[in-house]
Design a protein. Structure first.
Length: 238
């Protein structure tokens, strides 16, 4: 075969496509034990002195003592519903009625160290607490109060991450909803991995119904079209 003919047959993307197909296949077929081994390997390498999931468990124990309703969102549930990847912080939402912000602040300020100078004002008017644990793991806490956030709390489940207690995480459906609302570049990458790993068993009608009204409020209805297209691509109808 001459050089010009060889050049015409070369497909430099072939290997990448096959690698992606294998990655998706392995993601869909991953057992619980395989998953648990992966998160241990990935996170212990980076965090030998402050394991992310144990830090989350310690925060959870304190919140439970005070009867605070919450669930983990973001990177922690992503490890379960999507693909294991490095994440540097703990994200969670606390359900807090309007007017009760300072009650929650008093609890948070006893169990975490603030990362900003005036955390009380941030909690009161921004409904966020930006803290860190004694092991220097960052913890970002939002205070939810909407009917949707209440429903998210009701759907949350306990997931065993191999630490001393299961972590109370948002559902796969709510992880996709919150990441679609955030809509950043990495969020769409994460959403695609959730679709690939967990999408077959997810309630997509619930996801679409929740997102329809939420996205209307922020004038981002096109994101729902994008999400539906991603799901249809992975699971063609018919």
């Amino acid at each position: 075969m001459d050089i010009e003919t060889l050049k015409s047959k070369i497909d430099r993307q072939w290997g990448y496509r096959v690698a992606e197909e294998l990655r998706v296949r392995d993601l869909k077929n991953q057992t619980y034990d395989q998953w648990l081994g992966t998160i241990t390997n990935v996170h212990y390498v980076k965090e030998p002195t402050g394991y992310l999931f144990q830090a989350a468990a310690n925060v959870q124990k304190e919140l439970h003592k005070w009867g605070i309703v919450f669930c983990f969102i973001g990177g922690i549930p992503l490890q379960r519903w999507g693909e294991v990847r490095q994440t540097n912080d703990v994200d969670l939402t606390i359900f807090c009625d309007l007017g009760d912000e300072l009650k929650v602040f008093d609890v948070l300020d006893t169990i975490l160290d603030s990362r900003i100078e005036d955390p009380k004002q941030m909690v009161r008017f921004g409904r966020m607490y930006l803290g860190k644990t004694k092991s220097e793991i960052q913890v970002d806490i939002s205070l939810g109060f909407t009917p949707y956030e209440r429903r998210m709390m009701e759907r949350a489940i306990d997931v065993d991450y191999g630490v001393d207690i299961p972590l109370h995480c948002c559902s796969a459906e709510d992880l996709v909803i919150t990441k679609t609302m955030a809509g950043r570049g990495q969020d769409w990458v994460d959403i695609n991995r959730v679709i690939q790993r967990s999408g077959m068993n997810m309630d997509w009608e619930l996801v679409y119904t929740e997102l329809e009204s939420l996205l209307e409020m922020v004038y981002e209805e096109d994101r729902l079209t994008r999400l539906k297209s991603m799901v249809d691509t992975e699971y063609p109808k018919g």
